[in-house]
Design a protein around this ligand. Structure first.
Ligand SMILES: Nc1nc2c(ncn2[C@@H]2O[C@H](COP(=O)(O)OP(=O)(O)OP(=O)(O)O)[C@@H](O)[C@H]2O)c(=O)[nH]1
Ligand SMILES: [Mg+2]
Length: 243
């Protein structure tokens, strides 16, 4: 952690990592290059065997501002990584909190607009499924169909207004995370993203979607698994029934 009083924290970028040694430094550099006022980082690493945690510590030492690295023991899932990271960002005093993956699927160039829109909304979701958004042109027809229809399925199950229900690229005003109660979020994997969108809608938050083009990871490995898909389907259905 490098806590500089010269650069007080306003915008915290929360990044969960598991074996992202190649992409994390690139992501951090690209985000820094966006020249965001009051920028800080929270990285939550689950003891990545490839040394991502050490790389995060080095990046934190080099950064002139708030950069907190949480080291957890063993892979504990995306959901708890995010909730732990959100809590750290709130405790550090961030006004705006942005969640992003480490694998460069989420283009940092979108950040400026996304953070700016947080002046007009409680939540801004970077979205593949609004005009101007999209997915990697290299994606096969089959992959596009799975993503598109999976997303429609989740929208229907949860009755969500938001178009991109599983986007992991979102910005929140501080009060939004305080209101939805991050300690009651339970899912991991992409189900977590839909759960957050659902809790925001339930809490009556103003949600804006801003287009972006999702790019496939070019390094490292996906942590997506059948277990995550099954969890999302059953847990989200149960969530809707229970309310
Ligand atoms: N700390 C932590 N981070 C995780 C865990 N699982 C995934 N991540 C991170 O969460 C982000 C999203 O994970 P991905 O594997 O890219 O999952 P995805 O984007 O749904 O799947 P792809 O589209 O295949 O990339 C990445 O930055 C991962 O390193 C975990 O158990 N713990
Ligand atoms: Mg990914």
């Amino acid at each position: 952690m490098n806590d500089s009083s010269k650069n007080p924290l306003k915008v915290a970028i929360v990044v969960p990592t598991y074996n992202e040694a190649e992409t994390l430094p690139v992501l951090i550099e690209k985000v820094i290059n966006q020249n965001i006022t009051g920028l800080g980082f929270v990285v939550v690493d689950d003891g990545s065997p490839d040394g991502t945690g050490d790389i995060a510590d080095r990046l934190a030492d080099e950064f002139d501002g708030v950069f907190i690295v949480l080291h957890r023991e063993g892979k504990q899932g995306l959901g708890t990584a995010y909730t732990a990271g959100f809590q750290i960002a709130l405790d550090a005093g961030a006004d705006r909190i942005v969640q992003m993956d480490a694998d460069l699927s989420h283009p940092p160039e979108v950040l400026d607009g996304l953070i700016g829109e947080l002046g007009n909304a409680d939540v801004v979701i970077a979205s593949r499924y609004v005009s101007g958004g999209g997915v990697d042109p290299e994606w096969s027809w089959g992959r596009r169909q799975i993503s598109y229809w999976g997303n429609i399925g989740i929208r229907t199950i949860l009755g969500l207004k938001v178009k991109d229900t599983t986007s992991g690229f979102k910005g929140f005003q501080r009060k939004t995370l305080e209101l939805i109660g991050i300690d009651r979020l339970t899912l991991s994997g992409f189900g977590f993203q839909a759960e957050v969108a659902y809790r925001c809608q339930q809490a009556g938050m103003d949600v804006i979607e801003q287009p972006y083009v999702f790019m496939e990871r070019t390094a490292g490995k996906s942590k997506m698994s059948l277990g995550i898909v099954v969890e999302a389907f059953f847990a989200l259905s149960w969530m809707r029934i229970r309310g």
